[in-house]
Write a protein that binds this ligand. Sequence first.
Ligand code: ZN
Length: 258
Amino acid sequence: MKISKIIIYNEPSVPEINIEKIKEFILKIFKIEIEIRENIFNDLDRKMGEKIASTRIFNLKKSFEKHIPTIDEIFIELENIDMSNKQEMIMYDGFELNQIIRELITKVENTQKILHIVFTNKLTCTFDESDFKYHARALLGSNPTIISTTGIIEAPAKPRQYYMDLMTNFSKESIEQIKKKYKGEFLEYNDPRLSDIVQGYLLQAIFYYETGEMFCDNNQCRLFNAHWQKELLVSQIENKKLCKNHEKILDKMKNNIL
Ligand SMILES: [Zn+2]
């Protein structure tokens, strides 16, 4: 394998990640060194706080324009305040944020041999040139890789009927009822299923870095790029396996014959 070590940066505001279980999971498959670190956004200096705040996006229909952050916006970054699942969700340009994370990694550790995987509750988005819109993303980059827990919850779409029900009901009670009706069909904040689901994204990150190939077309495989919550739950919870082809690739990877 290209990598001999993985450093995982935790997101303690999302305990469902279950970082120790993650460590065991990777060790069991790859038998490489794993180090768990605290949140990468802890103790930022002002310059870095400002840089991160400058990657905020406001217009979803326009490609990235560097934002000049306010004092409050910088403060949120410096204090690393959890802004996920708030009425007004903050969105960040994922590629820009990825570049900034790279700056947070020391030169010594910025090597091909070490894969850095950053968990964050920040909602990362990327601008898609094909429809000229920003889309939420759960997984971003190669090394470092960002796994956005908010992206996992927000990016794959919920059932169409759920949105239609919401659109035709405006009272607070009926919204709660609709949520109840669809409960379990998609991930919510603090969902215990997140723990298994992040494992799938970790595998995607490692496979991508090692093989240069992103995602699998087989919707039963853990490397499948789920566009719907249902697909995510099938590939990562119900089936929870790699397809035959990726099992073979994994074997080659582990035996260094890839
Ligand atoms: Zn596959």
